[in-house]
Design a protein around this ligand. Structure first.
Ligand code: SF4
Length: 359
């Protein structure tokens, strides 16, 4: 059994999905056009949609000139994960996140690891009805510090995510968003008032890669990252390094300089190892030397927290104090083996360590 579907069968057996109408709610962020058309303003695609048609993501539908989300509370994957797996390394380390997804996505990455749910329509996967308050209660029952919106693209289930974040906060549970960052400024700004942390998958630092491999655009993602920092949202970046496609020295240097100039030194950057998936099964896993080259480019620019991911046991899984260089969070895979941060500061030299540490 797929591990992410375990909770769907083991923990939610009484929530069988048959009545589709309960998933359908009027969408946010769209404008009405003549002849019952609408323009979606949620992500930069700005799909213009005829009556009875859906947007690119397949999760929103025009019905008589009103736009609807089809995936509110329509959860196709649920699992309790370590927060480190998202990965968030500076947001409540050592806690778990109740992780959920609905079907659909607003891009089509050739390396997608979750294409079975991201590249299908909601009715093509088994889903369960999990309204926001029930989701928050389940997260509490499983002793999760946060709800994570992940696996597919939470921007396309925006309304559910926003409502669930509110329900979670009512029970003292935080919300962490795992996104490609392909979203319009206004919904992003509003979301930041509701959630507590955002991890952005920056898929490359090249417009060509975004056009050819992602079917999206780089610029709106960079704009979203800048906006997140300006709004004070705790933000981490993951960059999946794919052999021959986004692993050049110039790209790594460009990324490092841009992060330093636009986001500052304290935004964690995770370079993650690629494994052949979906439409890129012809490429090999990322050599360790390539990941270390990427990290070295960011280290050279002075970024404080640069990690190597999907390589269990590598020293670059741990967090080091930018001042005294001692390991302040020692990790092995997703396990925390030593925690030397007290009240947000290095226990050895009292240097503040950027992040959200106290639960
Ligand atoms: S959220 Fe979906 S419908 Fe809206 S613009 Fe993006 S892809 Fe199109």
């Amino acid at each position: 059994m797929d591990r992410r579907h375990f909770l769907m069968t083991a923990a939610l057996p009484c929530l069988a999905a048959e009545d589709d109408s309960r998933y359908i709610k009027e969408a946010r962020f769209y404008e009405k056009l003549p002849y019952k058309k609408i323009r979606c303003k949620l992500c930069p695609r700005e799909c213009v949609i005829d009556d009875r048609e859906r947007g690119y993501c397949g999760a929103r539908e025009n019905r008589g000139g009103t736009y609807y989300t089809l995936v509110h509370s329509r959860v196709c994957s649920a699992h309790v994960d370590p927060i480190e797996k998202k990965p968030f390394f500076h947001f409540h380390p050592g806690t778990t996140a109740f992780s959920v997804a609905t079907a659909g996505c607003n891009v089509n990455c050739k390396m997608c690891q979750n294409w079975e749910i991201s590249q299908v329509r909601p009715e093509q996967v088994r889903s369960n009805y999990l309204p926001p308050r029930d989701l928050a209660r389940l997260a509490q029952q499983y002793r999760c510090a946060s709800i994570a919106y992940t696996y597919s693209e939470p921007v396309i289930f925006y309304e559910y995510m926003a409502d669930a974040a509110e329900a979670g906060h009512a029970l003292g549970i935080k919300s962490a968003v795992v996104t490609g960052g392909y979203v319009q400024p206004e919904p992003l700004r509003e979301l930041c008032g509701r959630v507590d942390a955002v991890k952005v998958d920056l898929k490359a630092f090249s417009t060509k890669f975004y056009q050819e491999v992602v079917n999206g655009e780089l610029k709106p993602v960079l704009n979203a990252l800048v906006a997140l920092r300006k709004l004070g949202m705790w933000t981490e970046i993951v960059y999946l390094v794919i052999p021959t496609l986004n692993d050049g020295d110039r790209e790594f240097q460009g990324l490092a300089r841009w992060v330093k100039a636009e986001l500052g030194l304290d935004v964690p950057v995770h370079f993650s190892r690629f494994h052949p998936e979906y439409l890129l099964k012809n490429l090999p896993p990322t050599p360790l030397a390539t990941l270390e080259r990427a990290k070295a480019a960011c280290d050279a620019e002075g970024l404080h927290y640069v990690y190597i991911g999907n390589v269990p046991g590598h020293p670059a899984e741990s967090t080091y104090c930018p001042k005294c260089r001692k390991a302040v969070v020692e990790r092995a895979g997703f396990d925390i083996q030593g925690m030397h941060i007290h009240k947000g500061k290095c226990r050895y030299c009292q240097q503040p360590i950027a992040g959200v540490w106290e639960v």
